[in-house]
Write a protein that binds this ligand. Structure first.
Ligand SMILES: Cc1cc2nc3c(=O)[nH]c(=O)nc-3n(C[C@H](O)[C@H](O)[C@H](O)COP(=O)(O)OP(=O)(O)OC[C@H]3O[C@@H](n4cnc5c(N)ncnc54)[C@H](O)[C@@H]3O)c2cc1C
Length: 368
């Protein structure tokens, strides 16, 4: 086993596990305040809500798949998965032991993706070709899948051009994580685009063969291609046999206090979708967690008073779901609205420029 990192002068060792929305932002925010190491199985951060637009618009892929090293200029990146943790070290799948003074756990979701940025860009390109060629069936089997299913909505115009689209969802309404009004508006919008929606049905993918899919009601659907939008499991399996196992709730989420520290541990924080914070799991909230945790870590690392630390306030339900490139359905306090106005806020750029800017990068740049 290889031991990493000795004490770096008087800089505290901060290890961030997970380079997604929350982890990459906290690492970026702390890189000049501590000796920061980011552990992530891929060498890039990808803006998840742009991942499907990236498949139809190559410039989106270029802007939304970002090398960790581009924003983490004063930290180190270990391209590997964390598989265990003790009170002082994180163990990676390649057998490295990475010592920490402060640990931030941000392994929101675990899903297989290419390791390198180049491979990921090629994957998007292949997806683009597939979309241009095929009929689609979209399968949304459970409510954890909401974000993925939502983003499929935004490339519907292109799919519709391709031929015919069908969305299968096992719930009784779409967008179950927000209010029914938004569900019905989105459903009407889909119908107006001639998208067939099958609710309260699921698809047995194991029985799918040669373009035939069997639904739970016994119907056979034919499709050239399908998109699975059933969400990804919480990325906490690696913690189950560790010193933090008692900090997981029944859903596999890490219990945090209002400072975003894991269960009374002064030097371990958790942020993003992996936490048990009582609010919807959304990227803009994961970013808020990262900023609160960064503030609190800076105070902790300099021996500041706990009373100076920020408390995280769970957010009420707010969401904007893109419907194609121009429209969107938005649920904000007191109202739900659909059309070009919410679309103007989100659908054109999907906050990609804004997210890049937050990471200290040029919002527009399209590199090779
Ligand atoms: C398709 C899609 C569309 C979405 N649309 C929106 C939207 O429009 N608006 C919005 O606000 N939110 C949206 N979301 C939700 C948003 O992306 C999540 O809430 C956000 O990504 C959570 O951030 P996170 O950092 O907690 O987790 P993630 O972004 O999931 O990052 C987790 C990171 O941890 C890494 N990881 C996992 N396990 C390990 C391990 N063992 N060791 C090391 N690293 C590990 C992963 O590789 C990943 O990099 C969408 C999500 C998806 C998937």
């Amino acid at each position: 086993m290889e031991r990493q990192q000795e004490w770096e002068g008087d800089r505290r060792r901060v290890v961030v596990v997970g380079g997604g929305v929350a982890g990459s932002l906290v690492a970026k925010s702390l890189q000049f305040h501590g000796d920061v190491t980011l552990i992530d199985p891929k060498e890039y951060f990808e803006i998840p809500w742009a991942s499907l637009r990236a498949m139809v618009e190559p410039s989106f892929a270029q802007r939304s798949v970002i090398h960790h090293r581009d924003y983490l200029t004063n930290g180190r990146v270990i391209t590997s998965s964390a598989i265990s943790v003790t009170d002082t070290e994180v163990l990676t799948s390649e057998g490295r032991l990475v010592a920490y003074d402060y640990l931030v756990i941000a392994t929101g979701h675990a899903y297989p993706v290419p390791k390198t940025r180049l491979e990921r860009l090629k994957q998007c390109q292949a997806g683009k070709l597939a979309i241009e060629l095929m009929t689609y069936i979209m399968i949304d089997l459970n409510e954890n899948a909401v974000p993925a299913a939502l983003n499929l909505l935004e490339k519907l115009p292109l799919i519709i051009l391709a031929r015919r689209s069908l969305l299968v969802h096992n719930g009784f309404r779409l967008l179950e994580f927000i209010g029914p009004k938004a569900s019905y508006k989105a459903l009407d919008w889909l119908k107006s685009k001639h998208v067939e929606v099958k609710l309260e049905q699921s698809v047995n993918l194991n029985s799918a063969s040669e373009g035939k899919y069997l639904t739970s009601s016994g119907e056979t659907i034919r499709a050239d291609c399908h998109f699975l939008c059933t969400g990804n499991p919480i990325g906490s399996a690696w913690l189950k046999e560790t010193v933090l196992k008692h900090c997981l709730d029944d859903f596999g989420r890490l219990k945090v206090d209002e400072k975003l520290r894991v269960n009374s541990r002064k030097n371990i924080f958790a942020i993003g979708d992996i936490t048990d914070v009582k609010e919807i799991k959304q990227g803009y909230l994961a970013q808020k967690h990262a900023l609160v945790a960064a503030k609190n870590l800076k105070i902790a690392m300099t021996g500041g008073k706990e009373s100076k630390m920020a408390n995280y306030e769970p957010s009420s339900v707010k969401a904007i779901v893109s419907l194609g490139r121009r429209e969107a359905v938005a649920q904000i306090p007191l109202t739900t609205t659909i059309g070009i106005v919410p679309g103007l806020i989100k659908s054109k750029d999907l906050f990609v420029g804004k997210t890049r800017k937050q990471m200290g990068l040029d919002p527009r740049i399209v590199d090779a």
